[in-house]
Design a protein around this ligand. Sequence first.
Ligand SMILES: [Zn+2]
Length: 351
Amino acid sequence: MNQIENMHVGEVEKAFVLWDMGNCPIPDGHDPLTVVAKIQMAVEKSGHVRRNGQISITAIGSKLTEIPGEDVMSRLSSFEISLKHSHLYIHDLDEWADANPPPSTMMIIDDHERIGWIASNLSDFEDAGYRILLAYPQRTTPLPRSFSKQWDWDALVTDEQETTTTTTSLVYSQGRYNDEHPLACEVCFVAVKSFEDFTAHLKSVEHEYGEWDRFACKNGVDRTIRENLPFGRSSESPTSEHYGCLVDLIGRAGVLADALNLVKSLPFEADALVLGALLGACKIHEDAELGNEVGKQLIGLQPEHYVALSTLKALGNNWAEAEEMRKVMVEAGIRKSLHIVSCLNVFKKKM
Ligand SMILES: [Zn+2]
């Protein structure tokens, strides 16, 4: 008995659509809702998939705030389409397949070259019983292997012959990101619930550095050389927020010494943002000694970081030191109310 025969009477397949909006954008002058309806119709016409409650769509891109732009993103989000900042998506397909055994349908909307890269993965899915649908701008020859169905993206979207119906509840949310957090950034491992939070993240320094970090890892950029460091989109001087993100990234990437060197070479006095990032790196690397030094400086600025320091002390199993830290914290609280003492010189001297 094959997999389709195994389905119960009345059961319908689920479908997952992965749509790269950078490579297959909504053509100028087309309404996003209409384009979504065209995609759904293509999926429905391919087989056993029905619209209501069965098709989930994730739209991805690496510059979503520009393509398709915030207005269109907002509309797509209001149709319950998941939005994801992402460069690669093969594991999204794997993840969906894990939760949705065949027979079911996956549609990939992307350019010819990128689909070519994952063609062998798609063949494996097809061999396992998934129906694979593809849409791409067919300016080149079709892909060699004949998947279940292929469309020319522009023709699919602009086909005036097709009758479309539109509703405001079009798609079915499903999947790790979609269930609770339909808006996610894969580069920074950030998932949020509100559209406003999502766009704020995509425009944040944190995200900018996440992207740079990805680039640096991929291209073997030496992050300890100042000239290699990015300092924001504008020509403004880098702020402590920029440096804080950088220290955090370098620390998390596993090079604590480089993070420390960067802090030592700052063109201004390290503030709580930078020191906090360095302390976080110490904690990740379980370097209680350095963390202790950083923490003493930090406490002068932010007594609330005492909790993080307690953890470090526990790591070092040095409870006498912990008590000393508590005293430092108390003193710092008093000092802070009078004057925040600059700590960098002491900091540099000790290390
Ligand atoms: Zn991000």
